[in-house]
Design a protein around this ligand. Structure first.
Ligand code: GLN
Length: 483
């Protein structure tokens, strides 16, 4: 049962081949057996899952239907879940039980999804390896000595290991697409504003966006359908109708104009990944797509700009975790200043502290113009590059990451080395564009992802291109041994 996709589960439940309760029990047993190998969960919610599964079975018995009704999922542990620990991968929030559900959580629960638990993540979603969680590193099911990518590494590893068919995740600079690439999944970062951020603990508010991680584009369409939509509680959520993403998976690729940025194939890209990306281009050409070389000239400035803007916003967002208003409080503080200092010093891990310091510095009087303002100007240039590219092409294609998943610990002593791995993903966040990563092959037994980017609100186009590709390739069906 654990090999089924969301689409297969929906058919099985509709045909009464099994119940949601049976499926939930099977997957909970599988998690108990296999998760110790990969550490993909921070909390399991067995009781909630079984009661949601029972309720979903009853709704089906009463004639209701729906692709998510009775479907088991998990939430990245930065989506608030009422009465359930919502830790953000941090000691700071280890004892935080959210008093309400995030909009994404509430919407998926209303659609009948069953929450198996909360998945592991880099602390406050800062990272590309899932090694900065207070709950320990997550391991890549394809090779347990390698990282699964981050920050949504728990969601990715759990889905890749067939512990469940799909999970929610968030992407501030690549945290859906990069772990998808590293674990052979399909992951979609929607347009900024497509999915509500209400109840999603903020890292960098102008970049954060929730989205689905699953094995296929078809499943991403199902999960995104349950997540997307206007939310009056989120002032940046956009009041645009949500198309039926599953119905949209039928379009022909004949004449689809695919732009391939020449900057994506410069030094730094593993040549074996370049070859796999070229193979995926040929495959799409066979399906009728037309390839055009394009240029995104300001891409080289994106990493420095992102690593000013994201920490700047983080330093502001994380100021509320001070041991008084929110979060961990140190033992026996001597005075108020000691309480602040030690609560934050003991509650936050070193990567989070580094980002807070960088961000506070960049925002301070005297440096603001030199760093933050300049970074915002680069952000506009990056966006303008995309706008002119999309005058000529329908989607942009390239690698998701320059290298496959690295060994655990390989980059822990050099944060900048890890930041550089985000080179292909962060531009979409700076511009607010939707992006998808899908499986494109393997290098040394480790999965490789190809990234597709589209104009604003064209998630449907990305999903359709990925679905047509997946109908003609089988990379996404490969399973890691031992799982
Ligand atoms: N690796 C990037 C960072 O550390 C992106 C993380 C994310 O998308 N949440 O900021």
């Amino acid at each position: 049962m654990h090999h089924m996709t969301l689409a297969e589960i929906a058919r099985g439940l509709a045909d009464k081949k099994f119940s949601s309760v049976e499926l939930t029990q099977t997957l909970l047993a599988r998690i108990a057996e296999l998760d110790p190998k990969i550490n993909s969960f921070i909390s399991l919610t067995q009781d909630l899952a079984l009661s949601q599964a029972k309720a979903a079975d009853e709704r089906r018995a009463n004639g209701e239907s729906g692709a998510l009704l009775g479907a088991p999922i998990a939430h990245k542990d930065l989506f608030c879940t009422q009465g359930i620990r919502t830790s953000c991968g941090s000691k700071m929030l280890d004892n935080f039980k959210a008093p309400y559900d995030a909009t994404v959580v509430a919407k998926l629960a209303a659609a009948g999804a069953v929450t198996l638990g909360k998945t592991n993540m880099d602390e406050f979603a800062m990272g590309s390896a899932n090694e900065s969680s207070w709950y320990g590193a997550v391991k890549n099911p394809w090779n347990l000595e390698h990282v699964p990518g981050g920050s949504s590494g728990g969601s990715a590893a759990a889905v890749a290991a067939r512990l469940l068919p799909a999970a929610t995740a968030t992407d501030t600079g690549g945290s859906i697409r990069q772990p998808a690439a590293f674990t052979n999944l399909t992951g979609l970062k929607p347009t900024y504003g497509r999915v509500s951020r209400w109840g999603m603990i903020a890292y960098a508010s102008s970049l954060d966006q929730g989205g689905p991680l699953a094995r296929t584009a078809e499943d991403c369409a199902i999960l995104l359908q349950g997540m997307a939509g206007f939310d009056p509680n989120d002032s940046t959520s956009i009041d645009e109708p949500v198309p039926d993403y599953s119905v949209g998976l039928t379009g022909s690729l004949q004449g689809l104009r695919i732009g391939v940025p020449k900057e994506y194939f410069s030094a730094g890209l593993d040549p074996r990944i370049a070859e796999l990306i070229h193979n995926s281009i040929k495959e799409l050409e066979k399906l009728g797509a037309v390839i055009k070389e394009i240029s995104l000239p300001n891409m080289q400035h994106a990493i420095p700009a992102y690593y000013v803007i994201a920490p700047a916003e983080a330093s502001s967002n994380l100021s509320r975790f001070d041991g008084v208003r929110f979060g961990y409080r140190c033992q026996n503080p001597e005075n108020l200043e000691d309480l602040y200092k030690r609560s934050r010093g003991e509650g936050f891990g070193s990567e989070v502290q580094r980002r807070i310091m960088v961000g506070a510095y960049a925002l301070s009087a005297g440096y603001y113009d030199a760093y933050y303002l300049k970074a915002q100007k680069i952000r506009r240039l990056v966006k303008n590059d995309f706008m002119s590219a999309f005058n000529e092409v329908d989607i942009i294609l390239g690698p998701t990451t320059p290298n496959p998943a690295w060994k655990l610990g390989a980059k822990s002593s050099d944060p900048v080395a890890a930041y550089l791995e985000d080179v292909y993903t962060i531009t979409a966040n700076l511009a607010g564009l939707p992006g998808l990563s899908m499986p494109a092959g393997f290098v040394d037994g480790l999965p490789v992802g190809v990234q597709l980017l589209a104009p604003y609100f064209q998630e449907g186009r990305l999903l359709n291109v990925a679905h047509q590709y997946q109908l003609n390739t089988d990379w996404h069906t490969r399973t890691p041994t031992g799982f």
